[in-house]
Design a protein around this ligand. Structure first.
Ligand code: SAH
Length: 344
């Protein structure tokens, strides 16, 4: 069967190339065509000898996802892509254009099994895991559209990355590979709903990536209600795993906290949250919920967001309030895909 040459490290490409009798240096040339020059037709790889190109046409395929549509927000800050995979599945990727470079938010699964009540990606459950190559192609899709350097990668699109562990780790290694995009591991953030044993496994990898945990509540009662999958782990255990991650990697953990009016955004909730994390060195990213009018969940007023933030800061916590980027282009998880499918 023809080998899909997209989505491999240089050593993997070398093994394949030499096992078919070609010299090792041809692997590097192939990688350069794919990942530096964006040449995806074997006929156009003119530095390779003719017979090798013919051989590649018969023995290799290039199964790379294609861009179906892309939209940019009015302010030009956010671009969102809908990417079609080789089996016809659709995934979303978002690029946030910052002054210091582009930040790309990739999906790790088609759909998601976690069932968070506010998230559009999970409404039809999990369809399948993405391969490392399919996650990587989301980043390259932006590379083909824009010249600006890619500064950071966030694994915060559709899916729960820690339930697709092996391919996600392969992706992280590929995207940080000097022969590919050479993204610094420190500029990669993985966001999880908090699967405790997998957080420990990730900590043991010794990769200096940033871990973000979707906490979204100060106690189990609220958390279980809005993140059904959280029933498997006590909130104290999730916080303890975050603490172990910090101790093991030296990387401060970010807690994501969606603010939902009348659900988790009161002063009492903020005080309880501070008691929960105690003196732990961590950062809070506060996210006023967006795009969920149909399930009647709303963000608090700006004043209440600021009050919540002030309480955390008073307790010495570092906080940011996430800027609402790309709201009008449905950049929040899964919303563009739902629109596209509903139109069809
Ligand atoms: N499964 C992972 C990563 C995907 S979700 C996780 O749970 O972290 C990425 C982030 O987007 C999470 O913090 C999630 O809670 C948030 N999110 C999903 N839907 C949202 C919405 N409607 N408004 C604001 N944030 C949302």
């Amino acid at each position: 069967m023809a080998w899909n040459i997209w989505g491999h490290s240089l050593p993997e490409m070398e093994t394949w190339i030499t096992s078919h009798g070609f010299p090792k240096f041809r692997a590097k040339q192939l990688q350069d065509y794919l990942y530096r020059r964006y040449i995806f037709s074997f006929d156009d790889m003119t530095q390779l000898p003719g017979p090798m190109r013919e051989w590649l046409k018969e023995n290799a395929v290039l199964e790379k996802p294609v861009i179906m549509s892309h939209i940019t927000s009015n302010d030009g800050d956010t671009t969102k892509l809908l990417v079609k995979l080789s089996d016809g599945s659709l995934v979303e990727t978002v690029c946030m254009h910052h002054v210091y470079g582009n930040s790309i938010c990739v999906s790790t699964q088609v759909g998601c099994a976690m069932g968070c009540i506010f998230c559009a990606s999970t409404r039809n459950g999990l369809e399948r895991n993405l391969t490392a190559g399919e996650i990587l192609a989301q980043v390259y899709a932006f590379r083909e559209l824009f010249d600006a350097p890619i500064h950071s990668i966030v694994l915060m699109g559709a899916g729960e990355p820690l339930t697709n562990y092996d391919e996600v780790l392969r992706f992280i290694r590929l995207v940080s590979d000097p022969g590919l995009l050479n993204i610094s591991l420190r500029n990669i953030t993985l966001s999880t709903c908090g699967i405790v044993p997998m957080i420990d496994r990730l900590a043991a990898e010794g990769l200096p990536i940033t871990l973000a945990i979707s906490l979204h509540a100060p106690n189990d009662t609220i958390r279980n209600r809005i993140l059904p999958s959280s029933r498997h782990f006590k909130i104290e255990d999730v916080v303890a795993a975050a603490h172990r991650y910090f101790k093991k990697t030296g990387r401060r953990v970010t807690f994501e906290y969606i603010l939902i009016k009348d659900v988790n955004a009161s002063r009492e909730n903020a005080e309880e949250l501070c008691r929960l994390v105690g003196k732990m060195n961590c950062h809070f990213n506060l996210i006023p919920i967006n795009g969920t009018e149909h399930i009647k969940l709303y963000p608090p007023s700006w004043k209440d967001v600021k009050i919540f933030q002030e309480i955390l800061e008073k307790h010495g916590k570092s906080t940011t309030v996430r800027r609402q980027m790309g709201d009008e282009i449905q950049a929040a998880c899964g919303q563009l895909k739902r629109r596209y499918l509903e139109k069809k």
